[in-house]
Design a protein around this ligand. Structure first.
Ligand code: SAH
Length: 340
């Protein structure tokens, strides 16, 4: 609940308005997990909250720490027995958490582990938020930025994601600036327009992964609904409205989207746009069977983009020893406990 909603509840219960702010701070600044811990509330109010309300909490099903770089991967069990995963990463510029927005995914991208077992349900705003609070509690370290790049398509769970952002951004809560949040989408064009009109300071990441419709049609079913030209038009609108640079993710898959001609084609597509290309060596997913492009060819792809004045970086791999890429751990858990 937002502060105004909590205020409404307090009014309904005949409590003073300021109790709403107190409860919100307990939940979102002190991040307690019980009503009992809310010590400045009168006992009868705590009792009433206990009877009628619920604080979203997860059980940590598995926690893996990378011996290579300290990345922590959490597999959480949700109250209904579903699993969701997030990753805590330490960078030089601060700590970042990669969070999930759905249990499973409907989008069907052929290279992605998150979608292989299909879609189960949306995550609620508090289930998305708890993925930020749980590592804060666990590590005692700050979280400086977030990426919505875990399991699920954030724009397919649009209302819950917007409410999550509102809670995250609240000055009475964590008060995180949306400038420190990246939302990654496979390209739900109607939602990109809507997001642009809201003028949030979010960083938008677009999972492009192809330089033409023929290849994108093959690996990303969303491309049957919205072609690349339509997607880029929406992106241009987003930049015009928000003046924010868009990030394009491009996973390099051997023999599929990694030729010098495709690098040229990509450069032509993005020419003149306020953008950045993030090249990602594709992670191996059993069912897909795709292999990553070799190192030297990745560098050549990057160089070709740069020669056209397009800013391109190669994503650093973190947590390689702990299946830290999206969807990998949940898949293993489902296999181990099929009768969940
Ligand atoms: N549904 C959203 C966010 C989740 S996926 C989206 O599509 O953007 C986060 C990023 O990881 C996306 O860019 C996705 O395309 C990429 N990704 C998925 N599977 C991958 C794999 N096997 N190797 C490399 N990147 C992958």
């Amino acid at each position: 609940m937002t502060v105004p909603e909590l205020e409404g509840l307090m009014k309904e219960w005949g409590e003073p308005k300021f109790r709403a702010g107190q409860i919100f701070q307990w939940l979102h600044q002190k991040r307690v997990l019980t009503f009992e811990a809310m010590q400045n509330l009168p006992l009868p109010l705590r009792q009433k909250l206990l009877e009628r309300c619920r604080i979203t909490a997860f059980t940590v099903e598995r926690k893996l720490i990378s011996a290579l770089d300290g990345t922590i991967k959490y597999l959480y069990r949700l109250p209904d027995g579903e699993y969701v995963e997030s990753v805590f990463m330490r960078y030089e510029h601060g700590n970042s958490v990669c969070i999930s927005t759905q249990v499973g995914c409907k989008m069907g991208c052929s290279f992605c582990a998150s979608t292989k077992a299909g879609f189960v349900r949306h995550l609620t705003p508090s289930e998305i938020l708890e993925q930020v609070y749980a590592p804060l509690r666990d590590t005692g370290e700050p979280v400086d930025s977030l990426v919505l790049m875990g399991i699920g398509e954030p724009l397919d769970n649009y209302d819950n994601v917007l409410r999550f952002l509102e809670l995250l951004n609240d000055p009475k809560g964590l008060n995180m600036s949306l400038r420190h949040v990246s939302l990654s989408t496979c390209g739900l064009v109607d939602k990109i327009y809507d997001l642009a009109d809201r003028n949030l300071q979010l960083t938008l990441s677009i999972s492009l992964h192809a330089s033409n419709d023929r290849v994108r049609d093959e690996i990303m079913p969303i491309n049957h609904r919205y072609k690349i030209a339509e997607l880029l038009k929406a992106c241009q609108y987003y930049t015009n409205k928000t003046h924010r640079r868009i990030s394009y993710e491009y996973s390099l898959i051997r023999g599929v989207n990694d030729t010098p001609e495709q690098a040229e084609e990509l450069a032509k597509l993005l020419k003149g746009m306020l953008c950045h290309v993030n090249l990602i060596p594709v992670n191996y997913v059993e069912e897909a069977g795709f292999r990553s492009t070799g190192r030297s060819q990745i560098y050549a792809f990057q160089k070709a983009l740069q020669q056209h004045g397009i800013n391109a970086t190669i994503r650093r791999t973190l947590g390689a020893d702990i299946s830290a890429a999206c969807g990998q751990l949940r898949r293993t858990a489902i296999r181990e406990h099929p009768a969940r």
